[in-house]
Design a protein around this ligand. Structure first.
Ligand code: SAH
Length: 367
């Protein structure tokens, strides 16, 4: 059965024509689905019952079931775990309330095949890509649960967005269509581990969308140990693609850099990073590493990868002396060299809001 959230307005118009409906019906429906976030045909009061019945017989507009919700103690962060329709698996969506705006962090794949050694999302590999509908529904359903709208969407949840390019593109086109939600593409950010051809396509095809690149190391040798994707796309290639993205789009990119105790967090690493990014109009976002408990999951994260030996997770679990101090010093080293950086305050740590941890636990408990 067709999921209406998988269709753009032109496709919806065509689909409805097949049911004998005129184009205005498609715009009406699109406004319900995206503008009002209503996906129950029964609630679409300005559409006649006969038409609603016809619709229900030929299409659906659901596919995610809310399985669990966790709210952080400070109430700022809410994490939803959604069950997929066809698989015994879950994805995560995080709704964040800031003073001046709300933001939603959505997943783009069930699992991930990038194999970053510090990340829980890829621990079980990739199950499958999410459809445009499953991305849209994360937004619709978590807004409904929050009783609030958001203008900002970050594609930074489970999965690698540029490994599911077509569906991600369609989701963004649909959610920003002015007949529906009319969200600004400038309020959408795609986070990638650095898939160069994907970055090039983004610059061409979705130039208003913001780019965040998960760098985490200033050279290939280090980066290969934690991010196997470096074997395919070198640090130099990723940085150059990001620079070209800026030249095309004039949107300032962010480089994510998780500080890992004793591994990539020394003043020398900061200097090397500053030299790498010298002259670029970018922002470095320093993130305190979220400890993923490999012992708890029994999964030696990253070690399932072939080739270079990724870091052992126990290494990543080593306690940092004073993460805030290390981050501040790293920021200063970058600042001295005119590379702007911020230290990200980690939201929602008490609910395992980051990086697919909750999903991993839920998947295990249902196995
Ligand atoms: N695949 C995309 C988006 C999902 S990951 C990407 O790589 O960017 C979202 C961000 O969380 C990335 O920057 C990722 O490197 C980071 N991340 C994953 N595990 C983490 C951990 N344990 N601690 C801190 N950041 C982590």
């Amino acid at each position: 059965m067709i999921n209406l959230y998988d269709l753009n307005l032109a496709e919806l118009t065509e689909f409805l024509a097949g049911l004998g409906e005129r184009p205005f019906r498609a715009r009406q429906l699109y406004a319900w689905l995206y503008g009002k976030g209503v996906n129950d045909f029964g609630l679409m009061t300005d559409i006649s019952e006969a038409v609603r019945e016809k619709l229900a017989g030929a299409a659906c507009a659901d596919g995610l079931a809310l399985a669990e919700t966790l709210a952080s103690k400070d109430g700022q962060t809410t994490k939803h775990l959604f069950g997929l329709d066809d698989e015994n698996s879950y994805i995560e969506t995080v709704f964040m309330k800031y003073k001046d705006r709300n933001s939603i962090c959505i997943s783009t794949q069930a699992g991930c095949r990038m194999g970053c050694s510090f990340c829980a999302s890829g621990a079980d590999g990739l199950l499958r890509n999410l459809s445009p509908a499953e991305m849209a529904l994360q937004v619709i359903l978590s807004e409904r649960a929050a009783g609030a709208h958001t203008k900002n969407i970050v594609l930074m949840g489970v999965g690698e967005p540029l490994d599911n390019y077509e569906n991600v593109k369609k989701f963004i086109e649909n959610i920003t269509d002015d007949h529906g939600r009319d969200l600004s593409r400038r309020a959408i950010t795609i986070s990638t581990c650095g898939i160069v051809p994907g970055i090039e396509r983004l610059a061409k095809e979705l130039p208003q969308v913001n780019l965040a690149v998960s760098l985490h190391a200033p050279n290939d040798e280090l980066r290969k140990k934690i991010m196997p994707v470096t074997k395919k796309y070198s640090v130099a290639d990723v940085v150059s693609a990001t620079q070209k993205h800026y030249e095309k789009t004039h949107r300032r990119s962010t480089f994510e850099y998780a500080l890992i105790d004793g591994f990539n967090d020394s003043p020398e690493h900061a200097k090397e990073l500053a030299a790498l990014l010298k002259g670029m109009n970018c922002l470095v976002n320093l993130i305190p590493l979220n400890r993923v408990d490999g012992a708890r999951t029994g999964i030696p994260l990253g070690l399932s990868q072939r080739g270079d030996k990724p870091m052992r997770n126990s290494r990543l679990l080593a306690a940092q002396a004073d993460p805030a101090e290390v981050a501040e010093r790293f920021r200063e080293e970058l600042g001295k060299r005119h590379v702007p950086a911020t230290v990200r305050k980690s939201l929602g740590e008490d609910i395992e809001a980051a990086c697919g941890q909750l999903r991993l636990r839920k998947n295990e408990s249902t196995e």
